[in-house]
Design a protein. Sequence first.
Lengths: 570, 278
Amino acid sequence: MVEPIISFKDFGFQYDSQSEPTLKHINLDIFPGEKVLLAGPSGSGKSTLGRCINGLIPQSYPGEITGSATVAGHDIKDSSIFELSFSVGTVLQDPDSQFVGLSVKEDIAFSLENDERSQTEMRAATKKWAERLDLKPLLDHSPQGISGGQKQRVAMAGVLIDESNILLFDEPLASLDPASGKASIELIDHLARQQNLTVVIIEHRLEDVLQRPIDQLVVLKDGEIVGNDKPSAILKDSLMQQLGLREPLYLSALQLAGVKLADCDNIDSVKTVAGDNIESALQRWTAGVSLQEPPLPTEPLLTLKNLNFSYNRNQPIIHGLNLTINRGDMLSLVGRNGTGKSTLSNLITGFLKLDDGEMKLKGQDLTQLSVKERADHIGYILQDPNQMISKAMIFDEVAAGLRLRGLTDEEVERRVSDTLKVCGLYEFRHWPISALSFGQKKRVTIAAILVLNPEMIILDEPTAGQDLRHYTEMMNFLETLNREHQVTIMLITHDMHLMLEYTQRAVVLADGGVLMDARPADVLTNEAVIEKAALAKTSLFTLAERYHLPSALDFVAKFVQTEREARSHE
Amino acid sequence: MNSQLLIGYTARDTFLNRLSGSTKLIGFVALSIIGMVTYDTRFLLGVLLISLILFHFSKIKYHEVAFVLQVIVAFAILNLVMVYVFAPSYGITIYGTHHMILGSPDHYFNLSWEQLFYEFNLLLKYIFAVPLALIFLMTTNPSEFAASLNKIGVSYRISYSVAIALRYIPDVQNDYRTISLAQQARGYEISRKAKLMTRAKGAIQIIMPLILSSLDRIEIISQAMELRRFGHNKKRTWYMAQPFKRNDYLALIIIVLIVLVGIALFKVNGGRFWNPFE
């Protein structure tokens, strides 16, 4: 009988700083060589469970432990981060912060330096892992000079070099573009097999992780394990939504077509899912839905003509870009990391100065306006709300822009109250910002921009790091702003679901220009564009192809339409 | 973006680049100390000549260091003027004679050859160390920098914090830029158009979010380092440390000789000052 390598028995944990236990009655056995996915909404305790495995609990986060937990033979109660680090390698969520060396090679060798190994040993080990993870040409590069996916591979090399046999990944997909995310999941799978590793992945994006086989899916909710089985068994119960997780799209589509998941086989991947009546049910459903494409807005708001921009002469980032954004658009801006999505927004807001080209807002030349003047028309919301918040109280934060524009107190009071009501923050107006959750803080930063009455807002990854519930709240809110308050919205995103389900227009950037400008379903069914812009094909497309539906594009569009209708009736 | 304001390492193919960082650090520190202690003009001129020759061989271009040099020159001049203002007859006190150019030693403000000579020595002290410091900073790979600090006895935790600072300066600069622009968009004017008070207030609005986001970052980095066993052992090795080679030993011997000459001159002069007025 093989012993489990990680074992929790009636385990509980309460942070010293909290009044309630974060983990309760956890019973979990993970056996050597298994691949386990820990999923759950924010606050479910999945990150806390991860910290118990790598020893940050109880050493860095003191608290009270009940029950017992052993990791690779160590009782976590009295073992240190140091001891556990030889058995457990951790890859943190943000590969940028994990990068502590001044160059790739130093970062890979970091733990060996701390073990006082000789330079010859370090060079040999670094070379070996750089070769395995395809990092050799990058060894001398600085962290600023490589992409997010590459940084993550450096982080992996840096923990694999310890030859530890448990790997723990904390939300490995959070900061990667869809194609890099896919590559990363494939690499993890490959390494796990090759090195016979035990892998624990903490992630709430089920569908992306399930692209490769997972042995055990553990679902946490409110600090307890509510599901622990093979992924197919849990998916069949179709409890995902209730558990606060996003159900894989192809499963939602199957259910929409009236297929019972319980009757299907191999449902943990769109490539294998099978059942007697799937084909006929999908055919029937797609024939029964008529596609009504509502007209897109056509009145130009912002016209960009022949834009050029480069940080240094030889490498233009934006090159001959043309784009017209219409009043009332809700569009997503997508593309590979580093392809100029943020650069384009920075040019529009005046954060960067255009080399040449024409930018007009309702016929007015934008290039003549200062950052502040442009902000009266176009608001920009950064990904990290902490970078925008400068006041302690919600009301003051939202009022700041108006006060600086010299409005009277009554006017400020009126407009701030109105905006807070729109954003669902009115009850909180006298609260300190520090008491808010991440999603609420994000909403405060949106309110602080909306109060200036811009015609258009640009949001950078509005839902990054948020679970399904917060994601849905945020997107419904933005949809309302767009529909009922006629705010034109441009979203910069890596999230294909978001682009497909919530936006009517997708602009794909590549090679410094617009590669494709069409409805999201068109983009996500165009393989050449997907490849070039590092996007990911949706599982709906694969499903349509596998079951020989007449048009994959129509199928995807009909699915989105049905979901959207269901949403507006809620 | 503002890289020309900061001095930094670039790979140059010179013998100074190939010396180990520790040798350069020891050389810089040892020569600076002996140069700061002694007032022997002959010795100072000698060391200045050596440091200028080394600077020439380091292939550092003037335009790379122009800004820093201007700042240093401005401060040196200010300093010399202030020394004169506060102690115009200090030279006379030191050298014990008075060869007057203007005024008499009885007045507070006067000008003597002794004072000029004393201030000339000060000037030499300011100048000779500058090329040495620049050579050290600009020919030592930042990664090796931490290793060499550690080698001369600084604790590795402190040494590594230097490396970490170098690692994150570009990121923090980026954060600063982003935050500053986001605040400007809200209406905080911090450009030269605004009044000083408004600009100061605007700057405060940037600093708070910058500190908050940096604190978050620090917490994650320290966890990442701890998870990879930083700080557990008493010592650590360095991937980028350069072992001592023949040239390093040669350089160290020369440095020791120069320092010994400096010390020997104390004996000859009967003190720190060389007195040409006797």
